[in-house]
Design a protein around this ligand. Structure first.
Ligand code: CU
Length: 694
């Protein structure tokens, strides 16, 4: 392999890059775990491909989903991607907790280098390929419906963003099978990730996966922001937008401004690694702090990119399931915008201990603490929304309540960390790990799970199983407390983060509890899959075709479930903040219009799937220094975009007659459905028509 033509063809690939070969040559438990994980990726991918082939569904999948530009389908595909990646990253989390529980004064079963890959992929996946696709998917699905639009402003760009994200996630999956992943953590700090310390392919996988993902998120942010500015239906002024749309807007603006610094950071790191620049190495004039500043200029706003949409979801859920108007709408809007602005003023708290002056630390510490104020305003508003409301403890509502209690606790520990002197004591310990999981599990995961339970009936036309939803909820909440409360204790006791083994016997019981917690969290995920299966089995009994299972308030509930491709036969006109809810109280909210018109919708396009696949192959070529492949992919990528710009026939007309037929079927269903009161909304009598009480 070292001489001749192979290096030109295969770059720096050697057989020992394959975990199976390594496990064969050196069959330790560590290598066997690696080979087993690779096997799972291959078997998983192969069985999905085989299943689709056997069922003969490729054509359907390609036409109806993969090439679709429908924001609803793109949203659903994002969420599916998020669940796939969540499964992998959660398994890694369990593996790490098991290793640590087993490794007090003992080697355990995972070697240090392998452990480092585990925490690097866990973090990178959870942030970039679970959390980001999850919230992007929910915004994609819900936001255009909520503002009364037909689609996002740039449907093709939307598909390209999805596929770039998917391609980047694929690149991380490939790193399990060919080569290895970075050991530099999710933040990829140089100089460790520079060539001198990490000469192998790991950091390159990280660089190209994160770069593709960050470009995709920048594009999504632009797309969403323009959509919210330009596509709102008549009457939907800014201060009438549902709160979820407000949070989507603020998140999008954060994406537009926060993702580029990350792209720049990874690109500069790539220049360091590939062509010997010295942006981030102290020798020859570089400085690692340039990286820390660029990375956290992205990294801190990022946590608000993740959390704000969940705030939006909770606002919708709490209001709907309390049958009350959202309390303090205006203050919630201002709090959201304040958080978005403040999120750019605090990034230095991620490196309080890296040697800047005490005055600078004080400024950033105080700035950090102020974020607690608007967040407190929000909690206050949600509590007052529930006050004297007709509160129903459905699954989304349970997640909202668990969020409020858990998030406040995490907020307090954040205030502790915002004191630079205290931060000196616990930085780089498990205390920090406990803190940000305490924020992100209720602030992202619970929010997105609440969103899935809340909007699932809208997306698929049937409700999710309530009992399994509650079981999953119980696992997520109990698992969270067991898995992360011990980490506060451990961190305060000096247990370093990212440790493969510990040498303090007193840590052992806490690590055991955390291990049990991790297993319960894994059961939470398993329960969600059981729930999905049970719900699909019973879907006929739980149909809500009429489309309003929860006595909803916003426009998205005024369509059939699932909504037609064009969303609204005639664009709605809005006169208040809860247009559909008010419409139901005032008279006939479903009133059929006299006439229908032809509607133009975007034609399917294969540009998305091509860009994502070619983008991932470009990354792969760069990782392995396979230059011919990289150049070929780059040319194809640019060529595809240029070629597409010449295509003029990009619209498809849905004839008025078809629309009339689709709408008639729905109106017939409304006429036949029995309205149900709120206390029976989780029973099978719920056909999606809410009983109107005043
Ligand atoms: Cu921060």
């Amino acid at each position: 392999m070292m001489d001749g033509i192979w290096p030109a063809v295969l770059g720096r690939f050697t057989w020992s890059a394959l975990p199976f070969v390594r496990a064969w040559q050196n069959p330790t438990i560590n290598e066997i775990i690696g080979a087993g994980a690779a096997m799972m990726v291959i078997v998983g991918a192969a069985s999905v491909i085989a299943l689709i082939t056997i069922k003969g569904r490729w054509r359907y999948l390609w036409r109806e989903w993969l090439t679709s530009l429908d924001h609803k389908k793109i949203g659903i595909m994002y969420v599916v991607l998020a669940f796939v990646m969540l499964s992998r990253a959660l398994v890694e989390a369990v593996l790490m907790r098991m290793q640590q529980a087993a490794a007090v004064n003992a080697p355990g079963f995972v070697e240090p280098d392998h452990f480092a890959q585990l925490f690097s992929t866990h973090g990178s996946i959870m942030i970039f390929f679970m959390a980001m696709p999850f919230l992007t998917g929910i915004i994609n699905y819900v936001m255009p419906l909520q503002i009364g639009a037909r689609d996002v402003s740039f449907p093709l760009l939307n598909s390209i963003s999805l596929w770039l994200t998917g391609g980047a996630a694929g690149l991380i999956m490939v790193s399990l099978v060919i080569g290895r992943f970075s050991t530099g953590g999710w933040s990829g700090y140089p100089p460790y990730t520079e060539l001198a310390f990490s000469p192998d392919v790991g950091p390159d996988y990280w660089i190209w996966a994160v770069t593709l993902g960050s470009i995709a998120s920048t594009l999504s942010g632009l797309n969403f922001a323009v959509t919210i500015y330009k596509e709102r239906c008549p009457g939907m002024t800014f201060m009438r937008m549902p709160l979820f749309v407000w949070t989507a807007l603020c998140t999008s603006i954060l994406m537009i401004f926060a993702m580029p610094p990350l792209t720049v950071a990874t690109a500069l790191l790539a220049l360091d690694r590939y062509v010997g620049f010295h942006f981030f190495t102290n020798d020859l004039g570089g400085n690692m702090m340039n990286y820390a500043n660029l990375f956290w200029l992205f990294g801190h706003p990022e946590v608000y990119i993740l959390i704000l949409p969940a705030f939006g979801v909770y606002s919708e859920v709490v209001s709907t399931f309390s049958s009350k108007e959202l309390y303090g709408y205006t203050s919630l809007v201002w709090a959201t915008m304040t958080i978005a602005v403040l999120s750019f003023t605090v990034w230095v708290h991620h490196f309080f201990t890296m040697g800047q002056s005490a005055n600078l630390n004080a400024v950033f510490g105080i700035a950090t603490m102020t974020i607690g104020v608007p967040t407190g305003v929000k909690i206050y508003d949600w509590i007052w929304t529930m006050f004297r409301g007709e509160v129903r403890f459905t699954v989304p509502m349970l997640y909202s309540l668990a969020f409020m209690m858990t998030f406040v606790l995490g907020g307090f520990t954040g205030i502790l960390l915002a004191f630079p002197p205290l931060d000196y004591l616990v930085h780089n310990t498990l205390f920090l790990i406990a803190h940000f999981h305490n924020m992100l599990i209720p602030g992202l995961l619970y929010g997105m799970l609440a969103a899935t339970h809340y909007w699932f009936p809208k997306a698929f036309g049937f409700r999710l199983n309530e009992k399994w939803g509650r079981i999953a909820f119980g696992c997520w909440v109990v698992g969270f407390y067991l898995a992360f409360m011990p980490l506060y204790v451990l961190g305060a006791g000096g247990a370093a983060r990212r440790s493969q083994a510990f040498f303090e016997p007193a840590f052992r019981p806490w690590l055991y509890v955390a291990g049990v917690g991790a297993l319960i969290l894994a059961s939470g995920l398993a329960s969600l899959f059981v729930q999905l299966w049970v719900s699909m089995r019973d879907r006929d009994a739980n149909r809500v075709f009429v489309g309003d299972p929860w006595d909803g308030r916003g426009l998205e509930w005024s369509t059939s479930a699932p909504p037609p491709e064009y969303n609204y036969a005639n664009l709605p006109v809005v006169a208040g903040r809860d247009p559909f809810f008010d419409g139901k109280r005032k008279g006939d909210p479903y009133g059929a219009p006299e006439d229908y018109h032809d509607i133009d919708m975007p034609r399917n396009s294969m540009v998305g799937p091509v860009s994502g696949t070619v983008g991932a192959m470009l990354g792969f070529g760069l990782v392995w220094h396979i230059w011919w492949l990289s150049i070929l992919c780059l040319v194809t990528l640019i060529g595809t975009v240029i070629a597409r710009s010449f295509v003029r026939d990009v619209q498809r007309v849905i004839p008025a007659a078809d629309i009339a037929r689709i709408e008639q079927r729905w109106h017939d269903a409304i006429a036949q459905a029995r309205a149900i009161p709120r206390e029976r909304e989780t029973m099978t009598v719920n056909e999606g028509l809410a009983e109107v009480t005043v």
